[in-house]
Write a protein that binds this ligand. Sequence first.
Ligand SMILES: Nc1ncnc2c1ncn2[C@@H]1O[C@H](COP(=O)(O)OP(=O)(O)O)[C@@H](O)[C@H]1O
Ligand SMILES: [Mg+2]
Length: 321
Amino acid sequence: MSRESREVIRVANIVKDFRPGFGLRRKRVLHGISFSVCEGEIFGFVGPNGAGKTTLLKVLMGLIRATAGEATILGCDVHETEFRRHIGFLPENPYFYDYLTGREILTFYAKLSGLPRAQRADRVALLLGWVGLSSAANARLRTYSKGMLQRVGIAQALVHDPSVVFLDEPMSGLDPIGRKEIRDLILRLRAEGKTVFMNTHILSDVEMVCDRVAIIVSGRITYEGAIEDFLEGDQRESDVVVAGLRPETGVQLEEKFGASLRGHGDRIEVRTADKNVNPMLGAILEAGGQVLSVTPHRVSLESIFLSAVEQDRADEKERER
Ligand SMILES: Nc1ncnc2c1ncn2[C@@H]1O[C@H](COP(=O)(O)OP(=O)(O)O)[C@@H](O)[C@H]1O
Ligand SMILES: [Mg+2]
């Protein structure tokens, strides 16, 4: 754990206002965002389109200035430049000169990042192999699929062997195979001890690769936590399928255990939010019911995400009144 305890990214009360145009009212896009990311972690910054993910990433990359608040990477204020040699960045829609080959574009970036000439060819060959593009190295980017371009983008972000990598929507627009390839690359970055910060709106990818997430909705963080807290946590509902349940027992389960009943006839599904289902099972058996199955449901990232978005819509309506 000691490896993961060092804070690599710190974001404190970041506010960002945009002025849409002269004389127009300013628009607040980030309302005081705070979180931190530790060394070796894959951190998912998750939210629906328009939530403010790219805006925050631009602040971290020093591309735009925050209206208020403070952000540091590797202990340096994001306005400094020296630490940038230690970070890599994959923008949301990377633009490549598509008449160049994969090898040429990576050589170009190797040069830009100041890698000595003698090391460039080896480094580029290593990266091409790493992202599975060795056999396409001499083909022009114009002929690459979206997934291959995304992998070139990741290779580009790694050309100078950074310790912290920032990825903006690395899996969006990819087919399932392309997404898996990117996921495997990200997991490999973690295996190498790198810290990864990733913007995304795709929940299944988050569950598969991230160690921790922050959910952002309309410029506010609504949830922050470790993935395992809700994948393995004990905060869960259970569905119990019962046969031979008498109506009066059903009523008792509703009143005593806050259960909700579904179905009819001999097969009733009883849902309870109680962590411990044993007392309820006891009551069912005692009343002559038969327990057919017990299925615990973990609280999914999706349900946290959806309820955050719903809450935001309700708040929005409230503000409009
Ligand atoms: N330069 C800008 N000027 C005005 N509004 C902007 C600008 N950039 C982004 N926005 C607005 O900020 C909000 C968040 O955008 P963005 O950070 O791109 O969201 P996400 O990456 O989560 O989809 C959106 O409503 C967007 O229209
Ligand atoms: Mg974005």
